[in-house]
Design a protein around this ligand. Structure first.
Ligand code: NAD
Length: 293
C-alpha cells in the first residue's frame, strides 16, 4: 500500500481521502480550513505540516482544490521537492490550459502526472462510486488506476495531458444545456395544461429521453430521488454548474469551437447565481425559467 499525500480535504477531498484510508493506504493530508482537517483526522488521515513536507515523503500526491490557480500554486510548492518518479494526480475541475501547465511543471521535475477530474458529486465521493476521467501518459494512468479504484467505480483514460479536463467540461456542457431544455419543456407543459407525470411518461420513453429527465427530473414526483423533491437542496449546486460552463466557454474560445447553446446555458446559470441561488441545486433553474422568485 502506498503513502499518499492528499491536498484539499473539502466536500469532495475529505471523503475521497477517507476511502483511501479504508482501502489500507497511509494518507497524509493538508487543508487550510480547521474543520476540514478535523473531519479528515477523524477518518484516519494523518495531517502533514505543509504541502511541500507531504510531497517530499509521498509516492503519490493527490490534489482536490477549487480552481486552476490553487492547483498551480500548490504545484509550485510540491513539484520542486517531489522525488523523481512521484505520481501527481490532480482531481480538481480546472481549465484545460492550467491542467497542461501542471503536467509541464511535473515533467520538468521527472514526476509522472495525471489530470483526473471526477463526476458523481459528494454522494459519489462518500460512497466511493465516482467516475474519473484521466488525461496523461499511459504509464501514469496504469500506476494511478488501483488508487483511483479505491475512490471510484469507473476509471476512463481519455487521452494525453488535459484530456480528462476536456472530457469533464464537454460532459457538463451537455448536462447544463440538457437540464435547461428539460426545464423549458416542463414550463411549457404547465402552460399548456399537461401534467408533469404525463410529460415524463411520454418523454422518458421517447426521443426526448436524457439523464436530466430520467435520473434528475427537475419537477417533484416522477423521480423520487431528484433534488426537486427536497426543495432543490444540492446535489450539484448552480454555482458549480456555472463554474464548469465558464470553463467550457473559455476552452471553446481558446480552441475556436462554436458553442452557442453552451454560451446561452452559461448566461442563464450566471443569472441564477446573480439572483442569490448559487447554493441551490442546478435543476432549480426551472424556478427562474417560470419567473418565480
Ligand atoms: P471545497 O471548497 O469543499 O474543497 C476545496 C478545499 O481545498 C477546501 O477545503 C479548501 O480549504 C482547500 N484549499 C484551497 N486552497 C488550498 C491550499 N492552497 N492548500 C490546501 N488546501 C486548500 O470544494 P469541493 O466541493 O471539494 O470541490 C473540489 C473540486 O472538485 C473543485 O474543483 C470542484 O469543481 C470539483 N468537483 C466538485 C463536485 C461537488 O459536487 N462538490 C463534483 C465534481 C467535481
Amino acid at each position: 500500500m502506498a503513502v499518499i499525500g492528499f491536498i484539499g480535504l473539502g466536500n469532495m477531498g475529505g471523503p475521497m481521502a477517507a476511502n483511501l484510508v479504508k482501502a489500507g493506504h497511509q494518507v497524509v493530508g493538508y487543508d487550510l480550513v480547521p474543520a476540514a482537517i478535523d473531519a479528515a483526522k477523524a477518518a484516519g488521515v494523518t495531517i502533514g505540516e505543509s504541502p511541500a513536507a507531504i510531497a517530499a515523503a509521498a509516492e503519490v500526491v493527490i490534489t482536490m482544490l477549487p480552481g486552476g490557480r490553487h492547483v498551480l500554486g500548490v504545484y509550485g510548492d510540491i513539484v520542486p521537492v517531489s522525488r523523481p518518479g512521484t505520481l501527481l494526480i490532480d482531481c480538481s475541475t480546472i481549465d484545460v490550459d492550467s491542467a497542461r501547465k501542471a503536467h509541464a511543471l511535473a515533467a520538468e521535475q521527472g514526476a509522472a502526472s495525471l489530470d483526473a477530474p471526477v463526476s458523481g458529486g459528494v454522494g459519489g465521493a462518500s460512497a466511493g462510486t465516482l467516475t474519473f476521467m484521466a488525461g496523461g501518459e499511459a504509464d501514469a494512468f496504469e500506476r494511478a488506476r488501483p488508487i483511483l479504484e479505491a475512490m471510484g467505480k469507473k476509471i476512463v483514460h481519455c487521452g494525453g495531458a488535459g484530456a480528462g479536463q476536456a472530457a469533464k467540461i464537454c460532459n457538463n456542457m451537455i448536462l447544463g444545456i440538457s437540464m435547461i431544455g428539460v426545464c423549458e419543456a416542463f414550463v411549457l407543459a404547465e402552460k399548456l395544461g399537461l401534467s408533469h407525470q404525463a410529460l415524463f411518461d411520454v418523454s422518458s420513453t421517447s426521443s426526448g429521453q436524457c439523464w436530466s429527465l430520467t435520473s434528475y427530473c427537475p419537477v417533484p414526483g416522477p423521480v423520487p430521488a431528484s433534488p426537486a423533491n427536497r426543495d432543490y437542496q444540492p446535489g450539484f449546486a448552480a454555482a458549480l454548474m456555472l463554474k464548469d460552463l465558464k470553463l467550457a466557454q473559455e476552452a471553446a474560445q481558446s480552441a475556436g469551437a462554436p458553442t452557442p447553446l453552451g454560451a446561452a446555458a452559461a448566461q442563464l446559470y450566471a443569472m441564477m447565481n446573480a439572483q442569490g441561488e448559487g447554493g441551490t441545486d442546478f435543476s432549480g433553474i426551472i424556478r427562474m425559467l417560470r419567473g418565480e422568485g
